[in-house]
Design a protein around this ligand. Sequence first.
Ligand code: NAI
Ligand code: 13P
Length: 335
Amino acid sequence: MARPVRVVVLGSGSWGTTVAGLAAQNTPTLVWSRSSDTAAEINKEHRNSRYLGDRELPADLRATDDLIEAAHEADVLVVGVPSHAVRGTLDRIADEVRAWVPVVSLAKGLEPGTRLRPTEVISQCLPGHPVGLLAGPNIASEIADGLAAASVVAMQDESVASALQPLFASKVFRVYRNTDVLGCELGGVLKNIVAIAAGMAEGLGVGDNTRAMVLSRGLAEMIRLGVAMGAQPRTFSGLTGMGDLIATCMSPASRNRRVGEAIARGLSVEEAVAELGQVAEGVKTAPTVMELAREYGVEMPIAAEVEAVVAGRRTPTEAYRGLRRRAPGDEEDLV
Ligand SMILES: NC(=O)C1=CN([C@@H]2O[C@H](COP(=O)(O)OP(=O)(O)OC[C@H]3O[C@@H](n4cnc5c(N)ncnc54)[C@H](O)[C@@H]3O)[C@@H](O)[C@H]2O)C=CC1
Ligand SMILES: O=C(CO)COP(=O)(O)O
């Protein structure tokens, strides 16, 4: 009998640990943590208190602080570190991962400097491997609590995607497939910036109509840049686009939204990020997205205001005033 597929997740933050917990219910799974204390806590107490509080993890989820050991074990490699850490982590194991092992990114940001998406960074570090991502409206704490949700494995090769789906799925976690890797990945990246705007709106005490305007016009910006870069417009009305945008903008647990709210309360960006103690990818990604918007010649007024706020050039109140300066054009003009 063939031995089961072994999943290895790199990164033991809130989402890396949660995805490892999902996989461990289906197949032998190992999570790598750069913290030996966290690895020991997962192994001995089946918890990751720093990121997931008292939530109990599957007893057979194993953890290690040895990156090389983790790389050797992988039949499927899941990259769950933040976008800025993907290259540094994978460079250390480029010669250790077996050829053809599929690699699945969880990261929702862009690499600062290169402007590359995480799957592009992965392809540079691990050439020749099938590379894709798992994304959707997936607030980690809710999924760790066992609440129902859905996600998407995006891979160019549908047969690899089909093989990956059951590794992460459960009765309450539905995993779809999509071959539009670019569109799915950009959805997760861009919604974080709109979520910072939604958080600022929350902190400023706006009404529901304003919230809905930020989401809808934010989605229009996501589609505009995505299509200019070559993504399928339809992808943005699915789980990885509108779905993730709604979850992240609405959830008080979203780190990006919380950063926006904290800035509107008067904290500096640095103070807001420090208060959070977890990654809010939209903060680092906003300037990179505006570079892409300029390169592709697309207008992204909401993202531009968010970028100005995180760079300290505007207050949230000024940013919302700034949005009013632009004359409304044709609503259908998405591209
Ligand atoms: N938390 C969530 O609900 C979701 C998060 N994501 C995405 O997943 C990615 C990971 O996020 P989280 O687990 O939530 O972050 P987190 O802030 O909870 O944890 C980050 C993890 O990465 C590790 N890390 C940070 N810098 C590192 C470095 N230079 N080298 C190695 N390890 C490093 C930290 O020690 C920690 O274990 C992000 O791109 C995020 O946008 C995607 C879906 C849901
Ligand atoms: O991507 C997420 C939900 O799908 C998590 O969003 P935050 O990083 O804002 O918490």
